[in-house]
Ligand binder design. Structure first.
Ligand SMILES: C[S@@+](CC[C@H](N)C(=O)[O-])C[C@H]1O[C@@H](n2cnc3c(N)ncnc32)[C@H](O)[C@@H]1O
Length: 236
């Protein structure tokens, strides 16, 4: 699998505002306290759990698992460089929160139920699994033609994943996290050139250059849109 090295690399996803707002969303919706044991599967730089740890000063440091060790990985967490499934198979800890944010689509279809079942097994009595996926109805993410096709294709795959999540969880509820993005078109073009989102990963340099030209024609110099995530919440 190609690594998404530029995910959160100088994008709104790495901004203080985003991390603060996401952490606040978790605080408002879930009963997090200093005793909470937290696992983040596909943690990237671990910005979220690091921020939570600063805020709550957890008795047990949160654990971040990722197959790739980012060179800007936060230090105030425990990091395990491995596949989420492998980690859960080995782990004996019962977690209060297992976060899987914008990562579930990286798991092979045949591993999905294994991941979900292992995650359920790894929950404490009141534990919760929180799976975040990009909202795919009326997406406001600025796109060029080829990017839109790829994004639509990845939304179809997400819908299959969502069906599996629903059938596996049976009992779940859905909440939404919305972040209002405000960036310049130039900044967004830089992100596209760095292939900030997985639907861009397989596009050639020619496709990207063509896409940049389209973006310049289609969008104003100032971009404002909503980045919306659906959060599937499973409670043990
Ligand atoms: C799109 S990024 C999301 C990062 C972070 N969760 C966030 O929302 O900022 C997806 C992350 O999942 C990681 N990943 C992909 N497959 C994985 C697997 N099988 N086990 C653990 N991590 C994985 C990637 O290396 C990457 O860091």
């Amino acid at each position: 699998m190609k690594h998404l090295r530029n995910w959160e690399n100088n994008t709104w996803l790495s901004s203080k505002k985003y991390i603060y707002k996401f952490s606040k969303f978790l605080t408002l919706n879930f009963n997090i306290n200093k005793k909470s044991k937290i696992l983040d599967i596909g943690c990237g730089r671990a910005n979220i759990i690091s921020h939570l740890n600063k805020k709550y000063k957890f008795i047990k440091k949160p654990i971040g698992v990722d197959i790739y060790k980012n060179n800007k990985l936060k230090k105030n967490i425990i990091f395990r460089k491995m596949n989420g499934v492998t980690f859960l198979k080995k782990s004996k800890t019962k977690f209060d929160f297992i976060i899987i944010k914008q990562t579930i689509h990286f798991f092979k279809s045949k591993h999905l139920y294994i991941l979900l079942n292992l995650a359920k097994r790894s929950l404490s009595k009141e534990g919760k699994i929180l799976i975040f996926l990009l909202e795919n109805k009326n997406s406001e993410i600025p796109v060029f033609n080829k990017m839109r096709k790829k994004l639509e294709h990845s939304f179809k795959i997400d819908n299959k994943i969502i069906k599996k999540i629903k059938s596996n969880f049976k009992k779940y509820h859905l909440i939404k996290f919305t972040f209002n993005v405000h960036i310049s078109r130039n900044q967004y073009i830089k992100m596209i050139k760095k292939k900030y989102i997985s639907c861009l990963m397989k596009l050639s340099k020619k496709d990207i250059d063509q896409g940049v030209t389209e973006i310049k024609i289609k969008y104003q110099k100032d971009l404002r849109f909503k980045d919306i995530l659906n959060c599937f919440v499973y409670k043990s």
